[in-house]
Design a binder for this molecule. Structure first.
Ligand code: FPP
Length: 231
């Protein structure tokens, strides 16, 4: 079986999972964290090198304050609880997105965990937080225009390789496989530049129900596909 080097996941359906059971949405997110842990462990097992998870979009700031608070608390607990897993398995954590919007406490926790795991790379775990792909691209365009304005760069030097260096994902290769749970056929402002040639796999399962066998199925489907990169 051909294993993708980089898997990106739009973790969707926590709310619906909870609603179906008459539970508050946050319980769906809580169960979703169990899936995150399971999938991180599976990626280590399957020797996936990069895993990028869409945990909180720029649009998600419009959700009720209580839900936002709950989500960040879950993330903080996840980082506390899994630091041992990161050390034991060489997992490097990186957060991608607009950090300025995160509160100081969570920013500090993120910075600590990133610094603590910076020497690893068996699995590179990217978590997208306050992330929006259009904003990421605009941000890159702004930084590049500044370089041109300062005379440090000629417009002709801006090619795909250079442009990619200005994205939050500058240290990761493009995803080979993009997975979305809960059946939605949308990209939702996630890695628009980076998924140009990714294989897309959509499952109807809600994220809290998505576990190792489901990941295995997605990888199996991926390994059957013939990637031509437009050729
Ligand atoms: C989508 O479900 C999920 C999210 C917006 C949050 C994903 C977050 C987690 C799984 C937990 C924290 C993350 C980490 C990395 C520890 P939804 O609420 O949009 O579901 P719905 O579409 O059914 O309402």
């Amino acid at each position: 079986m051909k294993t993708p080097r980089h898997i990106a996941i739009i973790m969707d359906g926590n709310g619906r999972w909870a609603k179906k059971r008459g539970l508050p949405r946050i319980m769906g997110h809580k169960k979703g964290v169990d899936s995150v842990k399971n999938i991180v462990t599976s990626c280590i097992k399957f020797k996936v090198e990069y895993l990028t998870l869409y945990a909180f979009s720029t649009e998600n700031w419009l959700r009720p304050k209580r839900e936002i608070k709950g989500l960040f608390r879950l993330l903080e607990n996840f980082l506390d609880n899994e630091i041992k897993l990161f050390h034991d398995n060489g997992v490097r954590l990186r957060i991608i997105g607009d950090r300025d919007r995160l509160d100081a406490r969570i920013r500090k926790k993120i910075e600590e965990t990133e610094a603590e795991t910076a020497g690893y790379g068996t699995l590179n775990l990217n978590i997208a937080l306050s992330y929006g792909s259009r904003q990421e691209i605009l941000n890159a365009a702004r930084m590049l225009s500044k370089e041109v304005k300062n005379g440090r760069l000629q417009p002709e030097q801006i090619d795909e390789r250079l442009f990619s260096k200005y994205l939050y994902t500058n240290e990761s290769p493009d995803p080979d496989l993009l997975i979305r749970t809960s059946g939605e056929m949308r990209v939702s402002n996630f890695l628009l530049w980076q998924i140009s040639y990714s294989e897309i796999y959509v499952t109807s399962k809600f994220w809290p129900d998505f576990r190792e066998p489901d990941l295995e199925k997605a990888i199996e489907e991926y390994s059957k596909r013939e990637r031509r990169f437009g050729k």
